[in-house]
Design a protein around this ligand. Structure first.
Ligand code: PHE
Length: 361
């Protein structure tokens, strides 16, 4: 290629490389290939070239034109890609951010009730440990609520639980009660099939009791794990993991204290560390009783058709209102059931807000 064409190509190449955006690049294109551009001028000038040189010169100028076009195209593609990258970066959406709670126009903001939220949270936590969810009826036969669980007639535990008895006529003469705990679903689960069993049972329970921390209707969650070699160590690990995840306190102190339930042996009450004065969970030097637990009593296994020399495991039960009040610092139980939308707006959560849990894994 002749020197003058090579020099022109170098100039245009540098100008194209310097163009920082499509508009600047377009100016380079016009200066080279536009009506009065430099390459266009060379093409127009071919007529003045002596005939014997014209063919060779014409081929060179056309080659230069093609080369400049290619060069400008390449630069344009690069600039467009760069602009797209910049835009993607600037307009990136963080899909992990919780959405802003905006109530639909004209509607009042709804909220998830704290009890519902706690049930969702504990179902999620126990779900990660492989637990399924079981349910049973609110109205139970005397046998499921007491007898199967090794609580015989006239046992003092029946008085402890302030039972609501239904009129015998209700179930054709069979004695029925409003279940006083979720434990009857232990019996129902064992009767429904052989282990391995790993379930939680969230649900309504009833006792004749009413004050700032007791309601005649409240909620419990039961847990039942049965297999050939489930031990007390499993019970402890499972409950420690659960309590730390639920209260979102990774080093929450947990204490196991021996106790008595007719349906477990040995039985343990479980306490967590807290500060009585401030109510801070995990801080301070006080202990707070939070749930009952133990190894399923061999008599309960036998009552429910399982051979206690083959199967063993643990059970636990805790009050859902209680752990909810502690987690969220709610002092009074009664408003939980009053349906006051102002209370619900204050203590409820948006359906879209993420759980406040500590990831035990
Ligand atoms: N059912 C017991 C209660 O209501 C709690 C519990 C469940 C204890 C399972 C031990 C095992 O107090």
């Amino acid at each position: 290629m002749s020197d003058d064409l090579q020099a022109l190509r170098a100039t245009l190449e540098a100008a194209a490389a310097e163009a920082a955006d499509p508009r600047a690049l377009d100016a380079v294109r016009v200066a080279a290939l536009g009506k009065s551009g430099q390459v266009t001028a060379l093409l127009k000038g071919l007529g003045a070239v002596p005939p014997e040189q014209r063919k060779a010169r014409g081929a060179e100028v056309n080659a230069l034109k093609a080369e400049i076009e290619r060069l400008l195209d390449g630069r344009r593609v690069a600039l467009e890609a760069r602009a797209l990258d910049a835009r993607l970066l600037a307009e990136r959406v963080d899909v992990s951010l919780p959405p802003r709670p905006t109530p639909p126009a004209g509607a009042e903001a709804g909220a998830i009730h704290p009890i519902t939220r706690t049930v969702e949270e504990l179902t999620a936590i126990f779900g990660t440990m492989g637990f399924g969810v079981a349910e049973g009826p609110d109205i139970e036969g005397d046998w499921h609520n007491f007898g199967a669980l090794n609580i015989p007639a006239h046992h003092p535990a029946r008085q402890d639980q302030d039972t609501f008895y239904l009129p015998p006529a209700h179930a054709g003469g069979v004695e029925t009660v409003l279940r006083t705990h979720t434990s009857p679903v232990q019996a129902r689960t064992m009767l429904a099939g052989d282990p391995p069993i790993r379930v939680i049972v969230p649900g309504r329970t009833f006792r004749a009791d009413h004050d700032a921390t007791h309601s005649p209707m409240f909620h419990q969650v039961e847990g039942l794990v049965l297999d050939r070699d489930v031990t007390l160590g499993h019970l402890k690990g499972c409950l420690i993991d659960f309590l730390r995840a639920f209260f979102a306190v990774p080093d929450l102190p947990v204490r196991f204290r021996s106790s008595y339930f007719p349906f477990t042996e040995p039985s343990m009450e479980v306490d967590i560390g807290w500060d009585r004065r401030s109510g801070a969970i995990g801080g301070g030097t006080d202990w707070l009783e939070i749930l009952g637990s133990g190894m399923v009593h061999p008599k309960v296994l036998a009552n429910c058709g399982l051979d206690p020399s083959v199967w063993q495991g643990f059970a636990f039960g805790m009050g859902i209102e209680r752990i909810t009040m502690l987690k969220h610092g709610i002092p009074d139980l009664r408003p939980f059931y009053e349906g006051d939308v102002r209370w619900l707006r204050h203590h409820g959560t948006s359906p879209l807000s993420p759980f406040n849990l500590h990831d035990a894994a």
